[in-house]
Design a protein around this ligand. Structure first.
Ligand SMILES: [Zn+2]
Length: 275
């Protein structure tokens, strides 16, 4: 599935190539979504908010797409062959020499400014980790408490978009490893300081990768070397024990973690469990 940093990079790239340009053709295969009104208008900007991608056009119209698990945006020189089958395209926006194609997004809609402000899925989002604004630790603790019933473990909490938005599966696993925290730790037992540190770690890892243009990811374990992500059954890079991969939580995504390195929060042990 697309991670927040992937969508962020996509938005940066679409922004660079489309902003300020006039729409020369626009079609959608989604019933009831008529993009013909966009032809002749200029693209004003492209913005990522968690897994939502918003393309703003002149005249106060915004194209809202949500990627969920399956959607993606591609940018092509106009006329070039697409890397996905044509029948998977939901939206095609052509601006002269460049064509942006959105494949498989489950949500595609046109909104006016009031509609963007009122859209429930955008209003409910927790603070975006890749946005410029700093995240308030007190607010995090309050939101964690409010979400503890629906996201009872810290692993579920980190991908709960109403807690913070933008963290995907691999970043949650890496941040939990870096902070040496057992993914099953109950949300209710997390001290506010630990929660703030965890979110700051995820944010730092994602920001580092959002700036990089390469596909290679650096999680601090070395280039293209996640600590635990997608490494089930292989030795932990830190302790040599086996990395576990297991289905977890409401969405049953695979959680990767090291049971030797990652512990539940508790009173500090005399030997310093977190060294
Ligand atoms: Zn380990």
């Amino acid at each position: 599935m697309p991670e927040g940093d992937t969508i962020f990079r996509t938005a940066v790239s679409l922004n660079r190539w489309l902003s300020g340009r006039e729409v020369t053709a626009a079609v959608s295969t989604v019933p009831g979504v008529d993009l013909g009104v966009l032809v002749g208008r200029r693209v004003e900007g492209v913005e990522a908010r968690a897994k939502h991608l918003l393309v703003r056009f002149g005249g106060g119209t915004t194209l809202h797409t949500h990627m969920r698990m399956t959607g993606s945006w591609h940018l092509y020189p106009t006329g070039e062959r697409w890397r996905k089958p044509v029948h998977q395209a939901r939206v095609v926006v052509e601006c002269g020499q460049r064509t942006a194609v959105c494949f498989n997004a489950p949500v595609v809609e046109l909104l006016d400014d009031a509609g963007v402000r009122a859209e429930p899925s955008l209003r409910r989002l927790g603070p975006d980790l890749l946005a410029a604004a700093p995240i308030d630790p007190g607010g995090l603790a309050l939101r964690a408490a409010a979400r503890a019933e629906l996201s009872p473990s810290v692993a579920e909490l980190l991908v709960d978009q109403q807690f913070v938005s933008g963290i995907g599966n691999i970043y949650r696993c890496e941040a939990l490893f870096v902070c040496r925290l057992d993914p099953h730790s109950p949300t209710r037992t997390l001290p506010p300081g630990l929660l703030a540190g965890l979110v700051a770690t995820a944010s730092r890892l994602m920001a580092a990768n959002a700036r990089s243009s390469a596909i290679a990811r650096d999680f601090g374990g070395g280039r293209e070397r996640p600590w635990v992500g997608r490494r089930a059954g292989r030795p932990c890079r830190r302790c040599g024990g086996l990395v576990v991969g297991e289905r977890h939580g409401r969405d049953a995504r695979v959680l990767y973690w090291c049971p030797r390195c990652q512990r539940r929060p508790g009173p500090p042990s005399p030997g310093g469990d977190h060294g």
